[in-house]
Write a protein that binds this ligand. Structure first.
Ligand code: SAM
Length: 254
């Protein structure tokens, strides 16, 4: 198994941001305390969210199709078991898990197939939780230029705009209804400001799927344009960028 992120695992590990603490506060408030709870973190990648869940006391298993991504997760958090696994065929018994998490990952899954697996492996009353970080500085000139550049040059650069309308699963859909209903259980949007160096911002860019997918020459030219845009806006090389983290929860009927 492999992931398109594998070739950029080092950049991913070095520069992707973690998630704001209030996401985990809300997760606990809505789904119960994390200490001692088994959490399967699917699409765990280099383990950013897995480690945050461990820091909250959860017992976490990190699962991903990307071997190189999981290798980084193991180096960074040797206490977290890592399993190479496809979320469309979860290596998990029926009704075995209280909490499944998908940090920055659910959009990579085929909705109906993954949803059917979620419904199968969750215990009655168990929760699905997905969340995403995204830069959210629309209206700032540099950011609008940056977004326009990515939309122009990167064929895969569409998902951010679709996040609010398309990523929340249709829990009433076929396979889930047949296997037992999973109902929406709340959302939370956390605004925050990311402080990051220009160097790290560019490293982070290299870990984005739509940048990885570019031909090397095009990639370097796009990154040079990104560097010019952020260099003009943040001449001291220190960016402060508005972000939003969106948490979505769903629950299997008790
Ligand atoms: C954007 S990364 C998110 C990584 C991590 N959760 C985080 O918060 O940084 C998405 C991850 O989903 C994984 N992924 C994509 N499709 C998958 C599948 N079918 N089963 C398991 N993992 C998958 C990718 O390999 C990648 O590591």
């Amino acid at each position: 198994m492999g992931s398109l992120f594998d070739s950029a695992a080092d950049q991913y590990d070095a520069a992707r941001p973690s998630y704001p603490p209030s996401v985990f506060d809300e997760l606990e408030r809505r789904t119960g305390p994390l200490p001692g709870r088994l959490v399967l973190d699917f699409g765990a990648g280099t383990g950013i969210a897995s480690r945050q869940l461990v820091a909250r006391g959860a017992t976490v298993v990190a699962l991903d199709i990307g071997e190189q991504m999981l290798r980084r997760a193991r180096v960074r958090g040797p206490q977290v078991p890592c399993v190479v696994a496809d979320g469309h065929r979860m290596p998990v018994r029926d009704a075995a898990v209280e909490l499944l998490t998908f940090a920055q990952a659910w959009h990579w899954f085929d909705g109906p197939r993954a949803t059917a697996e979620v419904a199968r492996v969750l215990k009655p009353g168990g929760y699905w939780a997905a969340w995403w970080n995204r830069a959210s500085a629309a209206g700032e000139r540099w950011f609008d230029q940056y977004e326009a550049l990515l939309e122009r040059e990167c064929p895969g650069y569409t998902w951010r705009r679709h996040l609010d309308t398309e990523l929340e699963p249709d829990w009433s859909g076929g396979p889930v209804r047949e296997r037992g209903p999973v109902e929406p259980a709340g959302t939370l949007v956390v605004p925050w400001t990311r402080h990051v160096s220009a160097t790290d911002w560019l490293t982070d860019e290299r870990s984005k799927s739509y940048i990885i997918a570019l031909e090397p020459v095009v990639r370097e030219s796009v990154l040079a344009e990104v560097a010019a845009i952020i260099g003009a806006q943040f001449p001291d090389g220190r960016l402060a960028v508005r972000y939003e983290t969106t948490l979505i929860l769903a629950r299997k009927a008790p």
